[in-house]
Unconditional design. Sequence first.
Length: 138
Amino acid sequence: MQITCYRNPESAREPRFLPAATYNLARSLLSRSTSGCLFVPIRAMQYLAIVDAEEFVFLDGERKCWIDIACQDFRPRTRTSLDEPVPYQAVYYTPEAEQLMTRLQAELPRALNELAAKGRLDGPARVLKFPAQIVTKP
C-alpha cells in the first residue's frame, strides 16, 4: 500500500514522553513488517497512525492524506531501562491537534495491541479471489 501524505505548516511543537510499552510494541510490530512501515487503524477516533523508522504520523479519516500530528525525534537511547518512557517531539499541523494528542496517545496502545493480536504482518496486503456466484432468476 502506498499513501502520499501532506503537511500544513507547523502550528506548534512540544516535548512529550511515550510510554515504554507503547514505543516497544510499535517498534516490535514495525520490525515484523516487510514494507518498512506499519498502518495502525485507530477505530475509536477514525484515525490512521502510520509508523516508520523515523516518526509516527496521524491522519484524520475525514482529511485522508493530511497529517494532523507527527511524533518525531524519538530518543530511546536516553533511557536507562526498557521500561522508561521515550522522549520525543510532538509536532502539530492543525490548531486542534494539541487537544487530540492526549486522546491519541491513549488510543494508540489499544490499536497496537489489536494489531498485534491479529498476528500477521508478514507481507503486503493481498486481494483474495472468490469464485463467481451464478444467480438465476425464477
